[in-house]
Design a protein around this ligand. Sequence first.
Ligand SMILES: Cc1cc2nc3c(=O)[nH]c(=O)nc-3n(C[C@H](O)[C@H](O)[C@H](O)COP(=O)(O)OP(=O)(O)OC[C@H]3O[C@@H](n4cnc5c(N)ncnc54)[C@H](O)[C@@H]3O)c2cc1C
Length: 469
Amino acid sequence: MALQHLETAPERLRVVVVGAGPAGTRCAEALVAAGITPTVVDENNRDGGQIYRRQPEGFTRPYAQLYGSEAAKAQALHESFDRLRPFINYLPQTLAWNITADQLHCVSNGVHATLDYDAVVLCTGATDRLMPVRGWQLPGNYSLGGAQIGLKAQAIAIGRKVTFLGTGPLLYLVAKQYLDAGVPIAAVLDTSSRMKKLGALPKLLAQPKLLLQGFKYWAQLRLARVPVYQGVEPLEIKGNAAAGVSAICFHASRQIRKIDCDAVASGYHLRPEAQLADLAGCEFHFDEHSAQWLLTVDSNGRTSVAGVYSAGDSASVRGADAAEQSGWLVAQALLKDQGQAVDNSLMQASEQRLQAFERFRIGINQAFQWPAHLVRSLTREAIVCRCEMITAGELRDSATTRKTFEFNRVKAFCRVGMGRCQGRYCSQAGAEVIAEQVWMPVKLVGRQRSQAPVKPIPLAFNGCSHESE
Ligand SMILES: Cc1cc2nc3c(=O)[nH]c(=O)nc-3n(C[C@H](O)[C@H](O)[C@H](O)COP(=O)(O)OP(=O)(O)OC[C@H]3O[C@@H](n4cnc5c(N)ncnc54)[C@H](O)[C@@H]3O)c2cc1C
């Protein structure tokens, strides 16, 4: 692997922004306005992040078709980024895979680069939060995000008859996007009950437009006669390794049901991508609302480590509008810390707007509760860690026979979370399996420590390919 050392913004402060989504774009924009030339690193080919993911160069689908009701916001963000291009050092297709004191380690097309920084702003977004179900390792299983990316980026559907399983706003949104694209939908299976949603209404009213939008997605699915079940307990995804998914079995309204389908997209809301902050030594805390560990940041996005900031979903999953807002705010905090003049009253107004998003976030977590109880019904053979094929039985045995409950200790014994995804998709459910086995709150099981590389990186060998004989 070739080594290269990049000079970042030599004039004045060296700031690296990781992520060119809504948070990263607004952060970079505010830094440029203050005369700084930030380096913006993103592993994607293009800017836009998740929600405003740009289609590949040369694709010409119109904004309205790609982003629906969010078309104007998507276009505004893309145009802002295009205007910024001459004033930033933009590194697309560049994965930040490690962070050490004052240096960010990146890889782009097999070339390694080390970026020196005085300050780094992590705007790395979030990914699907997943809960295992028997059969989720079969071909034809995707995360909701994966199903959406296929559609947004390449106009590809994951199947000819798709079931959407899980809970959270994305469940209904992606199902509705598939509906709009003309893909037959077998069913939408929500593990959260109608009562939970009603109970969360007062908090959800903090963002009435978003609430109405969510309701519209549900209504459109119902009008199209898509079967939507709430308060569901998924039992098994049927099929085989050769032919893939053939059906899904679940418990709903006191009956066991089976629905034929050839693909399942699942997701239980989101988990922040905060591994770089973890490697930088930042503090985390257990958030009771979402029942997961979150990066600890102050109201402006400062972490516990000087010079390391975070904004957008990587700090707190509050959605795209809040991500733009927090991206602007974190840049002001950074400038303030560097002794630059900032408008304190504008910062306060921004903080207040973010408080309304925070109330909404709590409501969303209440309405679409993480279904920790589902681990109880996982049979011994059900696979929890798909990379290493570790079953619920192996995980439970490791916790009891080794007399340990701390996640990282159990991981060392049974390899849960040690595979390609580095536990990003299994460690939260894995911790729930352990907690249930040893009768402890999941908070005491702890969180998986991040390891570099935070995501798989390609290894190239000079002049020879690595093939088995
Ligand atoms: C899969 C998925 C689909 C979603 N779809 C919708 C939707 O349709 N509608 C909606 O309202 N909300 C959606 N959301 C939520 C919405 O995308 C976010 O609230 C919003 O995009 C947050 O903005 P952000 O800037 O914080 O992060 P993002 O928009 O996620 O941007 C983060 C960026 O950081 C980059 N990145 C991450 N880690 C690294 C790294 N180590 N090195 C380099 N680059 C890195 C990513 O490539 C990405 O471009 C979705 C979320 C997810 C995870």
